[in-house]
Design a protein around this ligand. Structure first.
Ligand SMILES: C[S@@+](CC[C@H](N)C(=O)[O-])C[C@H]1O[C@@H](n2cnc3c(N)ncnc32)[C@H](O)[C@@H]1O
Length: 520
């Protein structure tokens, strides 16, 4: 039996839910097209056959990764989200689902245990005990295959896993990121043949530290048995990150590329995207692609976009290409994302004529700087939600706009800029100029697009934004980014003003009641 078939989740064919949508759920190599379920619908959780959309994972009881075994296609939180949005006037909240198994293309796993019996997996709920998850059903199958290979290499070269209490050992974590972008394969075979960019988090200061020969031997072993000349080519490249700190931060600052191709490319949102191991990357690439395609529809052609919490700028750059944006400004606090942004921007089609920039800055500091001149602002914060300073600015956007218009350009200040964080962000920024000269606008955004992976923080932010009547909710969609959990990704579109039904009635003459004459 082949290695892969051991890891394959069960196959199921057709599932009919109580919704009007019928959809196929396959674990087969070619993913089913993303399915959009329009809500509200009768709750389907009771009626749908639980076993056919079930996780079927042997690690479920010990691993903290998945929290729900059944109805992977529609987490119960979707019902709550549907009611929440309905209360704020959005009656057609939809939920898109994609792959239910093998969806995770990016995983960070802890390495513990001993050199003869390494444990590579996730922490047990609420503890620092690591659980082995060789048959994880969420992982892309080649992540599991790469973990197996890594385990063999560790045993072969006596690589001691990290010991948190003592601070000893060599291998602390491993990050696996899969690319499914291989245009030499037919589209239907690309996902299954994804290749893994493997990053070893090594407990030493640099490559000259003791035991670097073991690192070298391990990397060569992985390449020999998983690289392009092996029987089962699954490794794209091998990287190392040196980390000696005793805190819980996974990565240190020092990265080295060891073997294979340096650049990892994926294709999402209509563009080729470079993914450095040090930059943020979405775990569910297929679901992210459907979100981006939905997002495109809400950004009019030729607009100016501010992409806050931008990472490597995938959202902004995909909009620049798909919506021919006049300008795109990406703001991100992690300076490591700059290189991926640069590479992705270089590969944009030549027809893209936008003024594009990436800024190394903290959105929470003077957020107005980034909003001036943008028609649309896209925010994609971490799970904890928006920074309070940004929420405050957005809540008060109308009064801020009036002040900006009265006092003239706030950007005028930048001429003799002295604020160190603005100077730093300018130094670290990257600018790709458009061929066309556009007049700089001083307007503030009329559309806010909030992409959220943290439902609880989103609800709070959303209520705050709506309570000031500066915004109203126009559209909302959910995406099944994390099957097996109660987390969903939300795309919510806010428009300026209180919205229909929330407008204050102008005081005026009361309309006289029409008297109707009835035949008696
Ligand atoms: C959920 S990720 C989204 C990244 C990107 N939009 C994407 O989809 O690839 C959130 C990003 O926000 C960044 N971030 C967190 N706090 C920030 C802040 N205060 N200012 C700017 N960026 C921040 C993180 O480094 C991370 O890259």
């Amino acid at each position: 039996m082949s290695f892969l078939s051991l890891l394959s989740p069960p196959r199921f064919s057709l599932i009919t839910s109580q919704t009007t949508t019928t959809f196929a759920v396959h674990s087969s190599p070619s993913p089913p097209p993303p399915t959009s379920i329009s809500l509200p619908t009768p709750p389907i959780s009771d009626q749908s056959p639980p076993l056919s959309c079930a996780l079927h994972c042997s690690h479920f009881n010990s691993c903290s990764g998945c929290t729900h075994e059944f109805n992977l296609h529609r987490p119960a939180i979707v019902d709550e989200a549907s009611v929440f949005f309905k209360n704020f006037g959005v009656k057609d909240f939809s939920f898109d689902t994609c792959r239910l198994w093998g969806w995770r293309c990016r995983a960070k796993l802890a390495v513990r245990g001993s050199a003869s019996d390494p444990v590579i997996g996730l922490y047990e709920e609420g503890t620092h005990n690591v659980v082995d998850i060789p048959d994880c059903k969420a992982h892309h199958p080649n992540i599991n295959a790469a973990v197996d290979l890594l385990r063999k290499g560790m045993v072969e070269f006596k690589i001691h896993p990290y010991d948190e209490d003592q601070g000893t050992g060599l291998l602390r974590y491993v990050q696996m990121a899969v690319t499914t972008y291989n245009t030499s394969l037919p589209a239907s075979e690309r996902y299954r043949n994804g290749k893994v960019q493997l990053s070893l988090v090594w407990n030493s200061r640099n490559e000259n530290s003791p035991f670097s020969d073991r690192l070298d031997a391990l990397a060569k072993f992985l390449w020999k048995y998983g690289g392009p000349n092996s029987k089962h080519h699954l490794i794209h490249s091998v990287w190392v990150n040196f980390q000696t700190s005793t805190n819980n931060i996974i990565f240190g600052n020092r990265w080295r590329h060891l073997l294979g191709e340096r650049d990892l490319w994926e294709h999402v949102g209509g563009i080729d995207v470079s993914m450095a191991p040090s930059s943020f990357g979405q775990a569910n690439t297929r679901a992210f692609d459907s979100l981006l395609r939905k997002l495109h529809k809400y950004v009019p052609y030729g607009t100016s976009v501010a992409d806050l919490y931008a990472g490597a700028g995938v959202i902004g750059l995909s909009l620049a290409a798909a919506r021919k944006c006049r300008s795109v400004k990406c703001v991100e606090v992690n300076k490591e994302s700059k290189l991926s942004f640069e590479k992705t921007a270089e590969r944009l089609p030549v027809s893209v004529d936008s003024s594009i920039s990436w800024h190394h800055a903290d959105t929470s500091i003077e957020p107005l700087t980034w909003l001036v001149g943008a028609d649309v602002v896209v925010v994609d914060p971490p799970r904890k939600g928006l920074d309070p300073s940004l929420v405050n600015l957005l809540r008060n956007i109308s009064s801020v706009e009036r002040k900006v218009n009265i006092s003239g350009s706030p950007v005028a200040k930048v001429k003799d800029e002295k604020r160190p964080w603005v100077i730093r962000s300018k130094e670290a920024s990257l600018q790709i100029r458009s061929q066309t000269v556009h007049e700089e606008s001083q307007a503030l955004p009329r559309t806010l697009i909030y992409i959220s992976c943290g439902w609880e923080s989103f609800k709070e932010d959303c209520k705050m934004l709506l309570s000031s009547k500066a915004w109203h909710l126009d559209k909302a969609h959910g995406f099944n980014f994390f099957p097996g959990t109660q987390s969903i990704e939300v795309l919510a579109v806010f428009k300026r003003g209180p919205g229909v039904g929330n407008k204050k009635k102008k005081p005026g003459k009361k309309k006289k009641k029409k008297t109707t004459l009835k035949n008696i």
